[in-house]
Design a protein around this ligand. Structure first.
Ligand SMILES: Cc1cc2nc3c(=O)[nH]c(=O)nc-3n(C[C@H](O)[C@H](O)[C@H](O)COP(=O)(O)O)c2cc1C
Length: 309
């Protein structure tokens, strides 16, 4: 039994790999992911220059998830470009993740990774912990269109989009229009859920310092939202675009639910943070057992098979 899958035509040895931003910013951390059973090496979202991120305390482990406003601490894209050749020896797909603060920055970042040895490029359109002027780009479809116009012809590597939790179906339809118009080959859905707030009732305070305590929520709390987003995208896109599910995957059963909803693979963030790199093998084994028990012989056979009552 194998959970081999394909994203945008690239082969992945299993259905499970790491989500961007969790223990993947330094070479040591990336090497740990490379040596684990994660089927790919997903890099931390990087920006043009290195960033220290937001002021501390900026993250807190919760019973059923994680809450943070890290603000994209990363080494800057040039450092990740240097690390890629060293990661190549592990023979797994390498996925870059980029965040620009202007269209020109996006152009520079994407051109650089197009000329590198990465296999896929993910544009993180949906970081909830960056304060933008006006409407965040991910809700501004005109601006996304401008971005896609600017970066579409910079190289041959597949470019995907990391999307937020859309709480309204119409916004997903608008996104799908752009995905189809620009032949976007893959999407990752969802990022941590922004505009969330955790309160310490004893101290009567917020629990993190940046942005007056508002931050992004991940883990079990957000799984139903992620499943809903993945399923809607699957209904709209069918098999034409690879969908990577992310949000609250902790067990093989969670992964199986994403598979039924239509995901081609899943990324694991909070569980990796809490459990360490052994989680990739454990979740994959649990998924294999479920598939075997149910008589499925491949990922493809079960994908999208959710039935309606
Ligand atoms: C500490 C932390 C840092 C994150 N940084 C990034 C990031 O740099 N880029 C990104 O696309 N998503 C980032 N995310 C979001 C995760 O990739 C993922 O979409 C989200 O946490 C939901 O998955 P999970 O429930 O498995 O954690 C971050 C999440 C956490 C908890």
């Amino acid at each position: 039994m194998s959970t081999k899958t394909k994203i945008a035509g690239i082969e992945f040895d299993s259905y499970i790999f790491n989500a961007s931003g969790i223990k993947d910013d330094t070479f040591e951390e990336l090497e740990e992911i490379a040596k684990s059973k994660s089927s790919a090496i997903m890099l931390k979202s990087c920006t043009i220059g290195p960033r220290k991120g937001n002021e501390e305390p900026r993250e807190i482990n919760l019973p059923l998830g994680y809450f943070q406003s890290e603000g994209l601490p990363n080494l800057g894209y040039k450092k990740y470009l240097e690390l890629i050749p060293k990661l190549k020896k592990y023979k797994k797909p390498i996925i870059a993740s980029v965040v620009g603060f202007s269209l020109e920055e996006y152009r520079i970042l994407i051109k650089a990774f197009q000329e590198s040895e990465v296999d896929l490029i993910e544009i993180n359109l949906s970081c909830p912990n960056i304060v933008e002027e006006g409407l965040p780009i991910v809700y501004d479809f005109e601006k996304i269109k401008e971005l896609l116009d600017k970066i579409s012809n910079l190289g041959e590597k597949p470019i995907g989009l990391k999307l937020p939790a859309y709480l309204c179906y119409v916004l997903q339809e608008k996104m799908v229009n752009l995905i189809e118009q620009y032949d976007i080959p893959f999407i990752s859905s969802i990022n941590s859920v922004g505009n969330s707030l955790i309160i310490d009732p004893e101290k009567e305070t917020t629990v993190i310092k940046p942005q007056r305590g508002f931050g992004g929520l991940s883990g079990d709390y957000i799984k139903p939202i992620a499943l809903g987003n993945v399923r809607r995208f699957y209904e709209l896109l069918k098999d034409e675009v690879s969908i990577i599910g992310v949000g609250g995957i902790r067990t093989g059963q969670d992964a199986f639910e994403f598979l039924l909803a239509g995901a081609d693979a899943v990324q694991v963030g909070t569980t990796f943070e809490k459990e360490g790199p052994s989680c990739f093998e454990r979740i994959n084994k649990e998924l294999e057992e479920i598939l075997q028990k149910k008589g499925y012989t491949s990922i493809q056979e079960a994908k999208g098979k959710l039935e309606y009552l």
